[in-house]
Design a protein around this ligand. Structure first.
Ligand code: DGP
Length: 145
């Protein structure tokens, strides 16, 4: 079977702004961000969706989701933060490799009731993305201290 784009990122076959990695999990910035700092957390193994997720991997992924969420809060001081995970095309899954979206939310994206689900943030230049990547990584390192 063909590798998904996320498996190719995990195998370092295509580039991404990687902010966190351990034996089981990888976190990298979304290429079509819904907001500044939008980050994805995946198991490195090709697991398609929540139904295929085993408990041990799930615990490791969730531990990384927690760390990255705290790092995003520290880096960007958002007003709120969504953790979203889609299963199947009817639920808006477009990449069939399990991933958790971590989406910081800011004042200017709030319409008084709902947050927007369209990309509202430009991906930015390579330099800008590297700058955000650096800020997230440095907050992740501080969490370990
Ligand atoms: P979903 O709709 O839940 O399957 O979300 C897939 C996300 O993946 C979407 O927010 C855009 C992001 N994405 C798609 N292709 C790439 C890519 O090549 N690199 C990165 N970093 N993100 C991607």
């Amino acid at each position: 079977m063909n590798k998904t784009i996320f498996e190719q990122i995990a195998d370092r076959e295509i580039p991404a702004n990687i902010v966190y990695e351990d034996e089981t999990v990888l976190a990298f910035m979304d290429a079509f961000p819904l907001s500044k700092g939008h980050t994805l957390v995946i198991p490195k193994r090709p697991i398609e969706n929540i139904y295929d997720l085993d408990e041990e991997t799930g615990a490791q992924v969730m531990s990384a989701v927690t760390k990255v969420s705290k790092a995003l809060r520290a880096a960007f001081n958002p007003k709120g933060l969504n953790v979203v995970q889609n299963n199947g095309s009817y639920a808006s899954q477009s990449v069939f490799h399990l991933h958790f979206h971590i989406i910081p939310r800011y004042d200017d994206e709030y319409d008084g009731f709902n947050y927007k689900w369209d990309p509202v943030s430009e991906p930015g230049s390579d330099d800008e993305r590297r700058e955000l990547e650096g800020r997230i990584k440095s907050e992740l390192e501080s969490l370990d201290e």
